[in-house]
Design a protein around this ligand. Structure first.
Ligand code: XMP
Length: 518
């Protein structure tokens, strides 16, 4: 394992992903973890992430110099580099020598461990306020910029390395190569972490955990629960039963996809609960977004609990042993964020299949809790799930219920389903699925505007297209879709969907707008 010490500002997750891209397993630990605890994890190497802009900021995190004396290879990046420089006796000046963004850098030691085989001049991504003006004793300076005399240093004997820039970001040329040089050459690690290994190890771990007992898994239609279920199914076969609650708020063809494609790919035992009536009744007369979300979350849990107890009872009658385990598709970023997280404001109460109550008396099986989203997709492909499931864009748990601004009714859902199916079809046909993060299609059910169609006046509803690009849904930008594609979607929706006479485009980034409208 390579440990990435997190000094904040979200760089650590990106570094951990890059290390894994180099086929070396990595985990993130908070900078508050004592060195003894870090070393007890037996890391093969340690990476210090970027962080605040200055080591001189009051309350800025520090590093215990003992970390550099344990014989474990260390790579400091940006803030981590400056902490390293200071801790080992180098000089970091608070002289206003700041650099931000793409910066030309000169490699002064092309034969160095980190830079060998990369060009003498490269553009790298800088983001710092202070500058290292003298490397610690025993270190070789490996790079410099116009502003910073020491932009990289290394001590090969002690296996300590550092760079002022951010090799993990895309804008740094040869960043991945430099990182790999550290891992393979500096730390002597061989790349062996592959999706095949991940699948084998996690199947073994699931078998070990569940033993000869049974498990259930809630399928949401999303990637995570599907991949988690497929892994567990591989491990324990028919002793897993999946539950799919059809709340009637899914898009066109979506429930069928879960019922047919997923079962076809995995052969899993599936219990489908048709709960449309129940959800629509509970939602009748409700327009407030938060209230809708709470109702959907509450009903979901009730239906799921009931289905679970039916499965338990049926299994007992058949002499099949107890259902003691519940499978969930929790991902690594959730684990990292809930571990080191400070409280954030509740913008929207997210409903998830993952949000089941704690008094549900199951033990959790979370086979994805060490994986990033892109790795989950690779695992999904490895266990034979089709692209339609594995490459699915995110879709919110409350479904179309939060894409109808106003009361949710069956007629409105049907209308939105048609409009959404057209938009999705055209986006897919234009080859844009991978380019956009997702494209909510929203019905403004309480708004009407005047139009003209054929010879007559119409008074219909607007449909909003909300295509966004994003890395992680925390922030997003509106996607600049080609006009021809927008035109096709608009023409088709207004022609083919009754009661819709206007299509509008949402050109708001997040923040200030959220991705979903409710
Ligand atoms: P917002 O609207 O908060 O959405 O910018 C961020 C991402 O989360 C998805 N989303 C949800 N996913 N349950 C989910 O599982 C929810 O309640 C929920 N609400 C929003 C949204 O589609 C986007 O990808």
């Amino acid at each position: 394992t390579v440990l990435v010490v997190d000094f904040g500002a979200q760089y650590a997750q990106l570094i951990a992903r890059r290390v894994r891209e180099a086929r070396v397993y990595s985990e993130i630990v908070p900078h508050t973890m004592p060195v003894s605890e870090i070393l007890a994890k037996n890391p093969k190497a340690i990476i210090l992430s970027g962080g605040p802009s200055s080591v001189y900021e009051p309350g800025a995190p520090t590093v215990d110099p003992a970390l550099f004396e344990a014989g474990v290879p260390v790579f400091g990046m940006c803030y981590g580099f400056q902490l390293m420089a200071r801790a080992l006796g180098g000089t970091v000046d608070n002289s206003g020598a700041r650099e931000y963004g793409r910066t030309p850098m000169a490699v002064t030691r092309p034969d160095s461990t980190l830079f060998e085989g990369t060009p003498d001049r490269q553009t790298v991504w800088m983001s710092h306020g202070d500058a290292c003006s003298a490397a610690p004793e025993g270190f070789t300076v490996t790079a410099k910029t116009d502003v910073v005399p020491v932009a990289g240093f290394e001590n090969d004997e002690k296996k300590l390395y550092g760079v002022q820039y951010h090799p993990e970001v895309m804008h740094s040329q040869h960043g991945q190569q430099v990182l790999e040089h550290f891992l393979y050459r500096g730390a002597g690690i061989s790349p062996s972490w592959t999706t095949t290994n991940v699948v084998e190890e996690s199947i073994a771990a699931i078998r070990e955990q569940i033993g000869d007992k049974r498990a259930i898994c809630g399928l949401s239609g999303g990637v995570d629960s599907a991949v988690a279920a497929a892994l567990v199914q591989r491990a324990i076969g028919d002793r897993l039963t999946c539950v799919y609650v059809d709340h009637g708020l899914m898009r066109k063809g979506e429930s069928e996809q879960v019922e047919k494609d997923f079962v076809a790919a995995t052969g899993v035992r599936l219990k489908v609960v048709d709960a449309e009536e129940r959800f629509l009744t509970a939602l009748a007369g409700v327009s407030d977004p938060e209230e809708k979300r709470k109702i959907i979350g509450r009903e979901f849990i009730r239906v799921f609990e009931q289905a679970a107890s039916e499965i338990v009872a049926e299994g007992r009658e058949a002499g099949g042993g107890d259902v003691e385990f519940l499978v969930q598709g929790t991902l690594y970023p959730d684990v990292v964020e809930s571990g080191g997280g400070t409280g954030t404001a509740n913008i929207k109460s997210h409903h998830n299949v993952g949000g089941l109550p704690e008094d549900l008396t199951f033990q959790l099986v979370e086979p994805l809790r060490k994986l990033f989203k892109d790795e989950v997709r690779m695992v999904g492909t490895e266990v034979g799930l089709p692209d339609e499931i594995v490459q699915r864009q995110p879709f919110p748990g409350p479904g179309l219920g939060i894409r109808i601004v106003g009361e949710v009714t069956r007629a409105r859902l049907d209308l939105l389903r048609e409009a959404d199916a057209i938009a999705r079809h055209e986006l897919t046909a234009a080859g844009l699925d991978r380019e956009i993060w997702q494209c909510p299609v929203v019905l403004l059910a309480d708004v009407r505007s005047v139009g003209v169609q054929g010879d007559g006046r119409t008074y219909g509803h607007p449909i909003v297209l909300r295509p966004v690009s994003s890395e992680d849904a925390m922030t997003a930008d509106w996607s600049r879709l080609p006009y021809e594609v927008l035109e096709r979607i608009s023409t088709r929706i207004t022609n083919e969907v009754d009661e819709v006479n206007r299509v509008v485009l949402d050109v708001t980034s997040k923040p200030p707008g959220t991705i979903e409208w409710e």
